[in-house]
Design a protein around this ligand. Structure first.
Ligand SMILES: [Ca+2]
Length: 445
């Protein structure tokens, strides 16, 4: 009976779903705001300037706004001192596709450009969200989105946190560029991201991405050239879990700080003026660190946690009086790592500099150990590092390229890659996803 009632409740919305065609100069605000259910509003190319505060989409209105000419030809512009779109959603999904969304300006409140209220069920596809701001709150560009897909979020500003995107359930195939937040999270805050570039953002802390929990997961991200202005206690990235991602050319603070987990990542050519030029307070698995730099007397891996099966190249460790790696404590596992051209004073436990050649099943060497690939991270087939690691420390079972170490037999190799007789493709299958979800959420799959 209850089921029948819920089906009947849907009928009016379905019955009145319709297509509307909107041209510049029409009263699109009234048409969209007074609708209910799931209607399609097709906007012709042109500029649409709100006159009555934000374009407000109320509960029960699952408006689908589609700009037929795309974001380069269709501009949706805020009225003075208001955001561009304000969607108050309870059960429906709003979709906004193909617009340039700009000019949002709210003195306080979340979402300077677009705000999806009540749980964030709105979707932005093929949009450019640019030059919006919130004076005292979070999310200069967008706040609470279910999906941001193939969008550019750029040049937005938050007087507090999250200059570009605040809380997106799926931030995919997008670019978050040149946004600014005064306190932290210049680009992105508390989201789940895939295939997205985060570049040239700026903030006091965590200029690129701030995440309050490990379960905020990001894969195939490119985090480059962000500038964090607090050099001592902050990185470009704070928290979260990153898989198969690249961090490069970030400046002023180290690439990550604050409990970030790195899995199969590459961290290269970052320049830090403070602690942790390569990584700080973070966890490292099957990752490569190449050519990062920091000031004298500050470890390149500052107060680090687990460092397992990593390859560390060209870090110039001899210049750093506290060593290359400064573990958080004596009990932090540092195993199966390969250090090449990092000097001899590599890491310490409780102020003890370690200068040996094999510590914790890690190898310290200045010899070239790789195949002549570009980048040169694979071991040659006759390398003594093959199967030379400790099998007791493979808590993340994949190598730099996503190959399952535990299916290849033998002990793990030292360094970020696992040698195979045949060049096996990465394991991108369901088993891998289940195991990664298990890592994030504590479920044993
Ligand atoms: Ca092996």
């Amino acid at each position: 009976m209850r089921r029948l009632a819920s089906i009947l409740a849907l009928l009016p919305a379905l019955a009145f779903a319709a297509d509307f065609f909107i041209a510049p100069g029409s009263n699109y605000e009234y048409m969209v705001e007074s609708a209910s259910g799931s209607n399609n509003f097709y906007f012709a190319p042109g500029t649409y300037v709100n006159t009555n505060g934000p374009l407000t989409i109320g509960a029960g209105n699952a408006a689908q706004l589609i700009a037929t000419g795309g974001a380069s030809q269709t501009w949706l512009v805020a009225a003075p001192t208001s955001r561009v779109v304000d969607a108050s959603l309870s059960a429906y999904y709003v979709r906004i596709e193909g617009f340039t969304i700009t000019g949002g300006d709210v003195a306080s409140g979340y979402g300077g450009g677009v705000l999806f209220r009540n749980g964030g069920r709105g979707r932005l596809v093929d949009c450019v969200v640019t030059s919006n701001r919130t004076g005292t709150q979070f999310g200069g560009g967008v706040a609470y989105a279910d999906l941001i897909d193939r969008c550019t979020v750029s040049h937005n500003y938050a007087g507090q946190r999250a200059g570009g995107v605040y809380y997106a359930r799926r931030l995919v195939n997008s670019a978050v560029l040149s946004n600014e937040a005064v306190i932290s999270g210049g680009g992105v805050w508390d989201s789940f991201g895939t295939n997205t570039v985060v570049a040239w953002n700026r903030s006091g802390r965590a200029a690129a991405i701030y995440s309050g929990a490990t379960s905020y997961a990001y894969s195939n991200m490119t985090v480059i050239a962000n500038v964090t202005t607090n050099t001592v206690t902050s990185g470009q990235v704070h928290g979260g879990s990153f898989f198969n991602s690249t961090f490069a050319w970030n400046t002023n603070a180290g690439p990550m700080l604050g409990g970030t987990y790195l899995y199969s990542c590459v961290v290269a050519s970052n320049v830090s003026a403070g602690y942790g030029g390569a990584s700080g307070f973070s966890y490292q698995y099957s990752s490569v660190f190449n050519g990062n730099s920091g000031p004298a007397n500050h470890s390149l891996f500052s107060s680090s946690y687990d460092m397992l099966n990593c390859t560390v190249l060209n870090q110039g460790g001899a210049a750093y009086s506290v060593g290359m790696v400064q573990p958080k404590s004596d009990s932090v596992p540092l195993y199966n790592n390969l250090f090449v051209n990092c000097g001899t004073n590599i890491y310490r436990f409780n102020l003890a500099a370690v200068t040996g050649t094999n510590v914790g099943a890690s190898l310290i060497t200045n010899a070239f150990e790789f195949l002549p690939d570009d980048p040169p991270y694979r071991l040659p087939p006759d390398s003594p590092l093959i199967d030379a690691g400790s099998g007791d420390f493979v808590s993340y079972p994949f190598d730099l390229y996503g190959r399952d170490r535990t299916h290849l037999g033998g002990d793990p190799d030292i360094g970020a890659t696992e040698w195979t007789a045949t060049d096996l493709p990465p394991d991108n299958g369901a088993a891998r996803k289940r195991r990664i979800i298990g890592l994030l959420f504590g479920k044993d799959n």
